[in-house]
Write a protein that binds this ligand. Structure first.
Ligand SMILES: C[S@@+](CC[C@H](N)C(=O)[O-])C[C@H]1O[C@@H](n2cnc3c(N)ncnc32)[C@H](O)[C@@H]1O
Length: 232
């Protein structure tokens, strides 16, 4: 759930800020203006640095829905120590919540988003997560087997929120979803359905994945699907 927003950065303790700087590998993205947005999930206040200057620096409606689902179904999903990869993680709300709930998370996105993503993740998990989340570049459809070889990268969950909208990488997105799924992997994809192309993508998704509607959020037009890759 989202709390109030404020332009004033909250004061982290010096200790936390220093440890954060020492492990932050990606230089924080240089947006001209930021806001600090507060969320409440998994019993914790999560503070994210966001900017209206990039799609990838804002929390989108499907991320809220997916986080609500994760916190309400943590045990059923067996998230403790589960290996989770998020694609198109943006400012990192879903990855943060999955980490707080005990998962081993890899959050991925385009290169220009990673600095802010890593900052938000570390800031919110450093003092409380069992496994510190990792941040990696993953451009949909590019270098998948080179950067995420199936033999050494296995994920229990692939998570994605609001990755389907009006863009030209839908084929590459679907190829990425397929590549990251192996037998036993569960894909959780939440999306706000706005356009006919969103439904076309869903149709193609259903051809490749055994698909179950896990939750519907009519007030935000978000649907959450579980996909299990078909192995024929
Ligand atoms: C609408 S935002 C959603 C962000 C976040 N998942 C959320 O729901 O709050 C879409 C995200 O997909 C990422 N993205 C867009 N095209 C991409 C591509 N070709 N490869 C990897 N990530 C991409 C953007 O950088 C952005 O973070």
């Amino acid at each position: 759930m989202q709390e109030d927003s404020s332009e004033v950065p909250p004061r982290d303790s010096n200790k936390t800020e220093l440890s954060l700087q020492s492990i932050q590998k990606f230089v924080p993205t240089d947006y001209a203006s930021y806001t600090q947005e507060n969320y409440l999930f998994a019993g914790r206040k999560i503070v994210l640095q966001e900017s209206i200057e990039s799609y990838g620096a804002l929390v989108w409606p499907a991320a809220m829905a997916l986080c609500q689902y994760l916190e309400e179904h943590t045990e059923e999903l067996n998230l403790q120590d589960a290996k989770v990869i998020e694609i198109g993680a943006g400012p990192g709300l879903v990855s943060t919540v999955a980490s707080i709930l005990g998962a081993q998370v890899t959050a991925t996105d385009l290169p220009d988003v990673l600095g802010n993503l890593q900052y938000n993740l570390l800031r919110n998990t450093l003092s409380c997560a069992t496994h510190l989340p990792e941040v990696k570049e993953l451009v949909w459809g590019e270098g998948l087997e080179r950067n995420f070889p199936k033999a050494s990268f296995y994920y229990d969950y692939v998570v994605a929120s609001d990755v389907v909208y009006h863009h030209y990488c839908l084929d590459q997105l679907l190829a990425t979803m397929v590549h990251l799924c192996q037998p036993g992997t569960v894909l959780l994809w939440a999306n706000k359905f706005r356009l006919s192309t969103d439904y076309e993508f869903l149709g193609r998704f259903k051809q490749l994945f055994d698909t179950t509607l896990l939750a519907d959020f009519p007030e935000s037009s978000v649907k959450l699907f579980q996909g299990i890759l078909k192995w024929d």
